[in-house]
Structure formats: structure tokens, C-alpha cells
Design a protein around this ligand. Sequence first.
Ligand code: MN
Length: 260
Amino acid sequence: MRILVTNDDGIYAEGIKHLREALGELGEVIVVAPDRERSATGHSITMDRPLRAKEVVFKDGFKSYAVDGTPADCVKLAFDALLQPRPDIVVSGINHGPNMGTDVLYSGTVSAAIEGMIYGVPAIAVSTASYENPNYRGAALMAQRLVREVMDHQGLPPATLLNVNVPDVDLTELKGVAITRLGSRRYENIFDKRTDPRGRTYYWLAGEIVEDDSEPDTDVAAIRRNEVSVTPIHFDLTDYKLLEQIRGWQLNLCKPGKFC
Ligand code: MN
């Protein structure tokens, strides 16, 4: 089995190290990751300049590629240019910080996994649900377990991936593994308005996270209970209920260029 490991914290991030060690027990691990931190770049790709992949050899002799692009670029380049044969599975992370609720839309970590999914292989995004005391060891073991399970079950259904968050407690304090849905985790955005040394105004995004943990089946609630959260995510953003509803709207054209 060939396992592509990537992330959005950059190739030298600690999460990569833990992931390649844990997954190395299951198969051949290849790392293709951004050459610097690219957190919160979402699913952006680079089209207006060339991409370069530099071979990086870690202290232990492990070879990998550092790409001067986004996480999605890394996966695209890995599949279409760098790796032959193609990887069998993509594991993205271990992200330094949570990716829950609406985070998944901004997350480079989750977007790299989505890109793997677009290439038709199973994909898993793994994050530590804490910035202060990230439990990389627990997250790496969870990733290892999940890769095994996914492969034992002949992969994942088309257009799906697993989004995993691991609480920041010792392995012995983990309360279990919850299969969850995406919760509500939004940001009370505050733009700090400041003045630069040349007298010009600039804005700096700050603010606080607002978590709604009232519903126990969400990722946010599971992490609060010190459980690992595993959320299956579907790529299809279509809302089928609303689709049916707006079929009844007056949107028809009676003739070309004229609404009824
Ligand atoms: Mn990150």
C-alpha cells in the first residue's frame, strides 16, 4: 500500500513526523507537502505561476517533496506528476489545531483530503483539537487505526472522506471514539483597525470562536467529552430539500430571454 501524507502546516511540521512514523508500519509512506505553512488556504490552487517540488531528505534518511504551493497543489502534483504508481490513500495532517464545523471549509488540511477524494482514493484528514497541547501521538495512532479499517472495508464510498479530530488529553484519558456530524463552530469576527507607520489604515482579522455544543452528536461536543471525533464528509454540497422547493419558484422562461 502506498500512502500519500500531506498537510497545511508545512513539511517540517511535527504532525507530519508523527504521521509518517505511525503509517510507515502499514505501508510505503510518501510525503508531498507545502514548503511553508499554508493553513486556512482552503482548496485554492496555483495557476498563475509554475510550481516547484524540491526533494527534502529528513535526518533519518526519509525522502519527501516540498512544494511551493497549497495543500491541494501538493496532492494534484503528487498524483499527476511526482508519484508513479499513484498512492492508494491520502492522509492529511496531523493539523496543529482543530478542524470542526465550518472550519472544514477554510481548512487546507481538509482540502488536501478532498483533493485525494477527487482523484478517487480514500482520504482522511486528521487534526489535534488543541493549539496549546496537541496530542500528536494519539492522533497518529488514530490515523493508523482508521487507515487499517478503511482498507479492510475496501475504501470509502465515492465522494466521501473522514474528518478526524483528537482531543488534547493523554491517551489514557481518552474517553472513546465518537462518530459525529459537523457541529456549529463559527467565529465572532472582529477586524482590528490599526494604522501602519506610514499613517495608512489596515485591518487584522481577530475575534473569538463561538461553539454550539448543545447537540451531543456533533464533532464539537465529542471533543468536549474528550472523545476522538470521526465525521464522514460528503463532497456533494447540493441541498436536495431546497432543490425540490425552488422547483416551485417562478423561474421559467416563456420564450428565450423573457420570464413568464
Ligand atoms: Mn494548519
